[in-house]
Design a protein around this ligand. Structure first.
Ligand code: G3H
Ligand code: 13P
Ligand code: ZN
Length: 343
């Protein structure tokens, strides 16, 4: 039986993005696959009073199970309230690759979906994105839709992008008008994973193409832009992984300065997955290296969860700037809903 995200206590991204645009910050989108990640998100975001998007890839859905995820999201909302928090939480499909997957997620309580047809020819991208929008927006509770123009380098779920293609700004008005999407992911030089740029020792990675972002922003005033592949690949975690038996030489990400600049622009959603993976892996490797006899999962998953919580607090406070905006956005959502009921 289909369930509405509202029954789970979730919200869509509409007002989150309006507030992010006005306030010059971005909402963090953290990927989830398991309980520890959900707990870390709730702790970090309640403690920093931050709105948050919990996002689920196709692979994560296969890993965790659709029904389990629905109850995990419900549990997250409940836990947030029991902690005394009042923050907006969205549940989002990350890199959805078909109408059927987007539909299934919406029927299972997702408040937002991404349809990623960016690797298809332009007209096919429009047709598929439009189809998802028609379905999502026709729901009585209005599910938000993100689509993508341009292709990021690296692996996007099952889709291997051989070469990245920057977004062509001259397409953005036509694309958003004809699809009706609520937000648009663009390609300005980021990529997925922990190896984003090939740089020689001591060299800085190339800057993001802010000229493309600015041109998109000029052509779509007030329209929410999304940045994928936005992990910074913090050196401390890479060093820790290497110190305790891992091999991640040459891992490099997007600098925090560049992300802060993006968050202050029309970028309203910043996707972070790899940084969380690194923080968890570093903590787990340390425990297992220092205590080779340890075999209670709580003894390594607990420190991994703590490391993830600290990482997310840092992101909310110092990178995306969402800290302190949770309750304020919740109040705006409640006011908008009250006004709709009154009408
Ligand atoms: O962009 C992809 C996300 O990092 C999710 O990765 O497909 O391995 O779950 P995944
Ligand atoms: P990172 O691999 O840079 O964390 O990007 C995550 C992402 O874009 C998820 O959609
Ligand atoms: Zn992505």
């Amino acid at each position: 039986m289909a369930i509405s995200y509202k029954e789970l206590g979730l919200v869509n991204t509409k007002i989150m993005f309006q507030k992010a645009m006005e306030g010059g910050f971005a909402v963090p989108a953290y990927n989830i696959n398991n309980m520890e990640q959900v707990q870390a998100i709730i702790h970090a975001c309640v403690e920093t009073d931050s709105p948050v998007i919990m996002q689920v890839s196709k692979g994560a859905r296969q890993y965790a199970d659709a029904t389990m995820l629905r109850y995990m999201a419900m549990g997250a909302v409940q836990m947030m309230r029991e902690m005394g928090g009042n923050i907006p939480i969205a549940l989002h499909l990350d890199h959805g690759d078909s109408f059927e997957l987007a539909q299934d997620c919406i029927e299972n309580g997702f408040s937002s979906v991404m349809i990623d047809a960016s690797h298809l020819p332009y007209e096919e991208n429009i047709a598929l994105s439009r189809k998802v929008v028609e379905y999502a927006h026709s729901r009585p509770d209005y599910v938000s839709v993100e689509a993508e123009l341009g292709v990021l380098a690296g692996i996007e779920d099952d889709v291997q992008a051989e070469r990245s293609t920057y977004t062509h700004p001259e397409q953005v008005e036509d694309f958003t008008k004809r699809t009706g999407v609520d937000s648009l992911a663009i390609s300005i030089g980021t990529s997925h994973g922990a190896y984003k740029f090939k740089v020689k020792l001591g060299e800085e990675p190339p800057p993001l193409r802010f000229d493309i972002l600015e041109e998109c922003q000029r052509r779509l005033p007030g329209f929410p832009i999304v940045l994928h592949g936005a992990s910074s690949v913090l050196q401390d975690y890479v060093d820790m992984i290497n110190k305790y038996g891992g091999h991640m030489e040459g891992a490099v990400g997007v600098s925090e300065d560049q992300l802060r600049r993006a968050a202050g622009s029309a970028v309203c959603k910043i996707n972070i997955d790899s940084d969380g993976r690194l923080a968890m892996t570093a903590a787990i490797r340390k425990v297992l290296a220092e205590k080779p006899g340890e075999f209670d999962p709580r003894k390594y998953l607990g420190p991994a969860r703590d490391a993830l919580t600290e990482l997310m607090k840092h992101k909310n406070e110092k990178v995306v700037g969402s800290a302190g905006h949770g309750a304020e956005i919740m109040a705006a959502i409640e006011a908008a809903e009250g006004a709709a009921v009154a009408r």
